[in-house]
Design a protein around this ligand. Structure first.
Ligand code: ADP
Ligand code: ZN
Length: 525
């Protein structure tokens, strides 16, 4: 990266103070601004809340012409533009929500050189009409926001984004920036290819969010656990609660309301007016809890979100990081809280397996979920595991995650794991956790007897433990890939299980989850 150049940085800082009222650039912002202001390309990888917007806004104002910002977040463009106008920046947007007159007005302003920044939806940018317009207008730079959308490896693939390869082809002399908060190696390679950024400097910021406390626990009565958490630590705070389905979003929101919390539901199936209303309330009120599907939050810039809670597992580590990253953008202490259980692990695994995606994509997705589950099951510092996934070396203990604050006991559970695996195998690799638990505990239920499973050598071998322990062992075995979830939630031993059964590998599992609830409570006090 180039040495600091006062000829660029001095006017850039002036602008930062005059327009935004900020005293200094943060981290790599200055380097990025300088690179692009001087006409260079840049790849920017910065966590959510890291300050990506200024990286293209400032150079857009420094360079002659208009900065074109490509963003998939149509719903947010108006807010972004209103905010910029409030600061005195000449900003506008082009997307499908504008009337024909509205479009003409923006186009005229563009051609007249009366704009500093123009936000455009990708499908609008790719229209021949828009591209012709850009041929005739002075363009300061192209900033492709949420650039991971070019890649089908990412979690948010948008086919239109692949058309953006027109930018380097048609406007080779205009600086190009790609910005994203989430990009693994494959996604990064796709971004570089589509936008032809091979030789461009890459600016990667640390993904650590030190003010976020990561906590992952066992689901047992999720709504009550959530309520206890909010009441104990975040009463009156703004927060987001993520659920997988629209139905559970509505149920949870109603339940929280009934408990006297200020809560509102948000999902893509609600009428647009209701969604906008929920979003406006969340932005403008102090202590609202939004219960939402992942449809909520992309691009929402509320600095004082004090907690993000997950009542269901996200699909990937990227998803978890992005969703929890909406907490604590103001740098103040915040909590990322999640509970999950065996049924969740089985569900998400099956959802991924049954999708129509190509096999290769499914394999990658399964790998991302595995990484998340490893994070969930770890007895090591959560922050260390999280950052390692994003390629960052960090050595815990961080002192601000549940495993650092309350180090879990780990125990050699190889024998228990062998019992559970053999119960699955001997019953034909097709029964669910409840049935396997019955077999292990030696419960001669009607189903067990009708299947003749009470005559198996495995019947009752696990009677020394309780039901909760076996659920915990089975969950960890599914999470870690020793058992696979198939049709009707049936669990089957995987190839990986063999070495464990033969005693070639041993298995250390978290023991804290295996204790009865009462003693866990007692231990904490
Ligand atoms: P991102 O797009 O990376 O998620 P934003 O660009 O929305 O992040 O910035 C997040 C928050 O940080 C915003 O409220 C923004 O105003 C603030 N911010 C960014 N850069 C600076 C800076 N240099 N000084 C002060 N605040 C900043
Ligand atoms: Zn830690």
């Amino acid at each position: 990266h180039a040495a600091p150049d006062p000829a660029v940085l001095t006017p850039a800082l002036d602008l930062l103070k005059r327009v935004w009222g900020y005293g200094a650039f943060r981290g790599v912002q200055a380097q990025i601004v300088q690179t692009v202001a001087q006409g260079g390309n840049a790849m920017v990888l910065m966590p959510t809340g890291g300050g990506k917007s200024l990286c293209y806004q400032v150079p857009s104002l420094l360079r002659p012409g208009v900065g074109i910002v490509v963003s998939p977040l149509i719903a947010l463009m108006k807010d972004q533009v209103d905010t910029l106008r409030g600061l005195g920046v000449r900003a506008a947007y082009l997307n499908s929500t504008l009337s024909l007159d509205g479009v003409r007005e923006v186009e005229a302003a563009l051609l007249a050189g009366e704009l500093d920044l123009l936000y455009v939806a990708p499908e609008r940018l790719l229209l021949p009409r828009t591209l012709d317009l850009l041929d005739r207008a002075p363009v300061a730079l192209f900033a492709v926001d949420e650039a991971h959308c070019v890649s089908q490896w990412g979690h948010d693939f948008r086919p239109e984004y692949q058309g953006l390869t027109v930018l380097p082809e048609r406007f080779p002399e205009v600086p190009r920036m790609a910005l994203t908060a989430t990009a693994d190696d494959r996604t990064r390679a796709d971004i570089l290819r589509v936008l032809d950024l091979g030789g461009a400097p890459q600016f990667v910021s640390s993904f650590d969010r030190p003010n976020i406390q990561y906590r992952v626990g066992q689901k047992d009565s999720p709504k009550t656990q959530l309520l206890d958490f909010i009441r104990a630590e975040h009463a009156g705070d703004a927060g987001i609660v993520y659920c997988l389905s629209r139905k559970s979003v509505e149920e949870t929101a109603r339940w929280l309301q009934a408990q006297g919390l200020d809560a509102v539901a948000y999902h893509a199936g609600l009428p647009p007016r209701e969604r906008t209303h929920a979003q406006d309330r969340f932005l403008n009120e102090e202590g609202l809890v939004v219960v939402a599907t992942v449809a909520f939050g992309m691009g929402i810039d509320k600095p004082n979100v004090r907690f993000v809670a997950h009542l269901d597992l996200p699909k990937s580590m990227e998803g978890y990081y992005q969703e929890t990253g909406r907490a604590g953008r103001d740098g103040l202490p915040s909590t990322a809280w999640m509970v999950y259980g065996l049924a969740d692990v089985v569900n998400v695994r099956r959802m991924l397996a049954s999708s129509d995606a190509p096999e290769e994509v499914k394999r990658v997705e399964a790998g991302k979920l595995d990484a998340l589950l490893t994070f969930c099951e770890t007895a090591a510092c959560r922050r260390e595991v999280l950052l390692a996934y994003f390629g960052e070396e960090y050595h815990g203990p961080c002192g601000n995650c549940d495993t650092c604050l309350n180090p879990p006991q780990v125990r050699d559970m190889t024998r228990e794991a062998q019992m559970a695996l053999s119960a699955a195998i001997r019953t034909g690799n097709r029964f669910g956790a409840a049935h396997l638990t019955d077999v292990l505990l030696g419960r001669a239920t009607e189903k067990v007897v009708s299947m003749n499973h009470h005559t198996l050598p495995t019947f009752g071998v696990g009677a020394a433990h309780d039901e909760k322990t076996w659920r915990g062992v089975l969950r960890q075995l599914v999470s870690l890939g020793f058992l696979a979830a198939g049709e009707h939630h049936g669990l089957s031993a995987t190839g990986k299980a063999r070495s464990l059964l033969k005693g070639e590998t041993t298995l250390t599992l978290r023991a804290d989850t295996l204790m009865p609830r009462a003693s866990r409570r007692a231990e904490k006090q």
